[in-house]
Structures are given as C-alpha cells and as structure tokens.
Design a protein around this ligand. Structure first.
Ligand code: ASP
Length: 342
C-alpha cells in the first residue's frame, strides 16, 4: 500500500524558531525527524512538498488547481492521498477539490493540526498518522474504504463538502452539521459504509481546473440598508451570490430588498439562499418572509455549507461560462453529496 503526502503548509508543517519564538515552515528533513513513525508501518509514504509552504489564509483557486493536479498526475501510482493544509480555509479547499476531481475512486484525506508538529502536546502526529491509515484502508473486496474527498480531524472523518471549521481552540476543530461522520476514530476506526459514496461505475478520473471567482457572500443582518445590498449586487462582472439569510431561509420583507434581488436576477446574477444556521435546511415559502426571495428568483441552497456553496458556484461558473441555466440546474442538485434535497 502506498500513500502520497501532499504538503501545502499550515500549522501542521511549522516549527518554532528557538531564538525568536515565531512559527516558520519546517523543511522536510525536520518534519520527518518529528514524525519517525511515518516510516515505521507497512504503508509506503512519498512526499510532495509545495514550495513555498503557505498559511491557508493565503490559499486561492490557483492553489486548489495545484492540489487537484497533484492528485490527478499521481493518481495511478498511489492507493490514496493525504493533503496537509492549514485549518483556517481547509473546508474551502477540500470542498473545491470534491468538485474538481470527478469520478474519484480513491481516498483524498485533508488534515492539519491546531498545534505545530514540533510542540510536545501537538495533535499533528495523530491526525497525520490516522489520515494515512484511512487513505490506505481497503474493504473486504480490496476497494478503497472511503473513495471521497474528506477531512480527518481529532477523532472524526467527515465528507469534505459538508465540513466547517468550528473551533480555533479545541483539537476537535471541525464539524459536519448536516451529514454524519463517515468514520469515528478511537481504539478502532469504525467506518460507516452506508454513509460513504461508492461510485457505481469505475469511470476514469476527470480533472476540472476552471473556476470563476466572480462571486460574493452577502450576509443579512437586522438593520442592513439598501446601499449595502445595492453596492454588492452592482459589483461589475458579478455572477453569483451566496445570500446568507436567517433560520429556514428568511429575509426582511421590505420591498427594496425584493427589488434589488429581482433586478440582480434579471441581470443574470445567480443568487442562492444559504441559512446562517449551521444545522438544518433552507425551506423557502415556509414563512411569508421568504416568499419575496422565491418571487425574486433566488434559489434554495438547501442544507449546504457556505464553503461548499461558494466553491461549487466558482467551479460551475468556471466550467459553464455561458450557460447560466445549467449552472442553476446543477446548483439545485447534489453533484458529490454536498446537499440533501430529496
Ligand atoms: N493559520 C493556520 C492556517 O490555516 C492555522 C492552522 O493551520 O491551524 O494555515
């Protein structure tokens, strides 16, 4: 069994400078010295470090392309892939890769840590070693146990495009609020095959690298004014908006909001309703205060995460630059398990 470790950066790959106390990226030899266990199992590990390592706050769609390409280019040589990534934007990158790697049939496990690898109490080692085990795990038929893009952190494996960073302090930094964990890790790794997506046909992996960043997040708040909404919706070239609403997808019933949204939709801007709640789903039409959104042509985001919706929009707009109807259609269905709407 062999696994490719793709290093992008983040806290997991940092060490403390003894003189200044500041965190800096470790070189590969230093990293290996901190985790000698990497080479003690029967899983063969290869390493692909990005240069330079980056803090995940600096990650952008070019980096997503690089990560997806690293998987694609090495797909046949490895049983699975582990991507070491900063926690801050891991849920965005992992969601993006779930869309960019079509027909994925091997595990791609993202992980990171809250404490740098060199720190005595660091969670880096456990997260990394377990992620590697998951990336190489096979079922009784000899097939990959979890052939999806996932995030492993602390003691749970989540579907990538269902995951959100929830905590900047605790070791359990992530959660998947609307879909159960694909595996729970204690003394044993307990997989949940009924929750894991297994492709019905063994189609060749298809790499999608086009994304369009002409999107925005518009978060509603009590007292939001028309100029704020108008200035966002009139951004030149804007093509998609994640509209963060209240509760089950509700918004103020003021007429100006309806007109602003309607005008934007008429101009071809795609607006999708995403609730500000972590758990639960948008249900437009349930309350009168969401009827205006329906009438304005706003689409439902169902129970999708903001990270998955934003990256899905960027991916679909990049892939279908001239076909707004197709983008809208695909936003309303699950492409790789990111929404529940049946
Ligand atoms: N700022 C770091 C990053 O996201 C935090 C982390 O890795 O936990 O790259």
């Amino acid at each position: 069994m062999n696994v490719l470790l793709i290093f992008t950066g983040g806290t997991i790959s940092m060490v403390r400078n003894a003189e200044t106390g500041a965190l800096r990226p470790a070189d590969m030899d230093t990293f290996k010295a901190f985790v000698p266990e990497l080479f003690m199992s029967d899983i063969e590990i290869s390493m692909l470090p990005f240069s330079p390592f980056i803090d995940s706050s600096d990650v952008n769609p070019d980096n997503w392309e690089r990560m997806a390409r690293a998987v694609y280019d090495n797909y046949d040589q490895y049983d699975g892939f582990v991507i070491l990534h900063g926690t801050d934007t891991m849920a965005y990158s992992a969601s993006a890769l779930s869309f960019m790697l079509e027909n994925l049939n091997k595990p791609v496990v993202f992980t990171g840590s809250q404490l740098p690898v060199g720190v005595l109490r660091s969670d880096a080692k456990e997260n990394l070693l377990t992620a590697i085990e998951i990336a190489s795990a096979k079922n009784e038929k000899g097939e990959a146990m979890v052939p999806e893009v996932t995030i492993f952190f602390e003691d749970k494996l989540f579907r990538a495009n269902r995951t959100t960073k929830k905590n900047a302090e605790h070791f359990a930094a992530f959660n998947s609020y609307n879909y159960p964990a694909l595996a729970k890790v204690g003394v044993h790794i307990i997989y949940q095959p009924h929750l894991i997506h297994y492709p019905s046909k063994n189609l060749p992996l298809k790499l999608h690298t086009k994304t369009d960043p002409s999107v925005a997040i518009l978060k509603l708040f009590p007292g939001i004014t028309e100029p704020v909404v108008q200035s966002i919706l009139s951004i030149p070239g804007l093509r998609g908006v994640v509209l963060e609403t209240y509760g089950s997808g509700n918004a103020p019933s003021v007429q100006w909001l309806y007109h602003q949204l309607r005008n934007a939709v008429n101009k071809g801007i795609i607006i999708v309703n995403k609730t500000q709640c972590n758990t639960g789903s948008v249900e437009m039409g349930l309350y009168e205060v969401s009827m205006n959104l329906l009438k304005a042509g706003v689409l439902s985001g169902y129970d999708i995460t903001t990270e998955a919706l934003l990256t899905k929009m960027m991916y679909l707009l990049g892939e279908n630059p001239n076909d707004t109807q197709e983008v809208k259609r695909l936003l309303q269905i699950s492409i790789c398990g990111e929404i529940t709407n049946e």
